[in-house]
Design a protein around this ligand. Structure first.
Ligand code: MN
Length: 307
């Protein structure tokens, strides 16, 4: 669940107060999967430090060993992998080999450079695959730092009036995830039952919702999979009404400290940084990205979109 992004440099517009904007995701191809890319969007390139969101499935996994995304590099970001159904094997240049299952968090920090593969497993073939991969832009303070990987099999949970929240990263309703957070941002999965829940938010954060399953009513608007519901800033709570079971990802954070430049699997600030990372990957620079043991082929970087 990662793949090429080709986007330019434009400033993310942060709403100066509460809004409700339903923005359709666009379809993108990642390996053999079609995903709903909720971020980046023109206008809203980031929500807090969240800069990328690919919602995949549910689809039958063509799967098994030999499928997935082969070794590829990242810089300047964290990958957050969250599954609703299915399983996946993560392998990276730190030597980590980690199976991920629904309700668990894989959090990889790229810093100056890391490489990984995301493989199908012997048990995954033919079963439904459903999940989301998000990226978190790293701030100036850590983006040139060491790579890192965390797996959290258990996450703190919060009871809602009609449902339960799992806190992936940051603090929600006074409960803090053990996952590394380089900026003040929040990710929580809300598993809603039919009924109404009012969730607490922090007014200094901007927020957005991505519905993974079902439908949730927000201020009279039905939010369904395939949209990013951008909520702006300045909210201290939000009412969510479900008439059927629904699964919703809540993203939030302090508006990001700077503009970012995203290209392919890199988050940087300048074209020179992107070009240098591309050259290092293409040259198989082991000091920067290191080796990944994978049954899949290494993925070459595409050509740069500028002269
Ligand atoms: Mn990746």
């Amino acid at each position: 669940m990662s793949g090429p992004v080709e986007t330019g440099e434009t400033r993310s517009e942060v709403a100066s107060g509460p809004v409700l904007a339903l923005e359709p995701s666009r379809e993108a191809q990642v390996g053999d999967l079609t995903v709903r890319r909720a971020l980046p969007r023109r206008g809203h390139r980031t929500v807090g430090a969240w800069c990328f969101a690919d919602h995949m499935g549910p689809v039958p996994d063509g799967g098994g060993v030999g499928t997935g995304i082969g070794p590829h590099p990242h810089i300047g970001l964290q990958t957050v992998t969250w599954l609703v159904e299915g399983e996946m094997l993560h392998r990276d240049s730190l030597g980590v080999e980690q199976l991920i299952r629904p309700g668990q968090l894989n959090l990889m920090t790229a810093g100056r450079g890391v490489a990984h593969a995301e493989e199908g497993t012997a048990g995954s073939g033919g079963r439904p695959k459903h999940g989301i991969q998000l990226w978190v832009a790293q701030p100036e303070a850590t983006r040139d730092g060491d790579p890192d990987f965390e797996h959290h099999a258990e996450l703190p949970r919060v009871e809602l009036a009609a449902g339960e929240a799992a806190v992936l990263v940051g603090t929600f309703a006074g409960v803090t995830s053990p996952a590394r957070a380089d900026t003040d941002h929040l990710g929580a999965e809300l598993a809603l039952r039919p009924g109404r829940s009012t969730i607490p938010l922090r007014p200094e954060h901007e927020h957005a919702l991505v519905v993974l399953d079902g439908s949730v009513d927000v201020e009279g608007e039905a939010v369904v999979p395939g949209f990013l519901a951008y909520l702006g800033t300045g909210r201290d709570e939000l009412g969510l009404e479900a008439t059927e079971p629904a699964r919703v990802l809540l993203l939030g954070g302090t508006p990001f400290e700077s503009e970012i430049l995203m290209w392919w699997n890199f988050v940087a600030r300048t074209r020179e940084e992107v070009a240098a990372a591309r050259v290092a990957w293409q040259a198989d620079d082991q000091d920067r990205f290191g080796p990944v043991t994978s049954v899949l082929d290494r993925i070459d970087a595409p050509g740069l979109p500028w002269p």
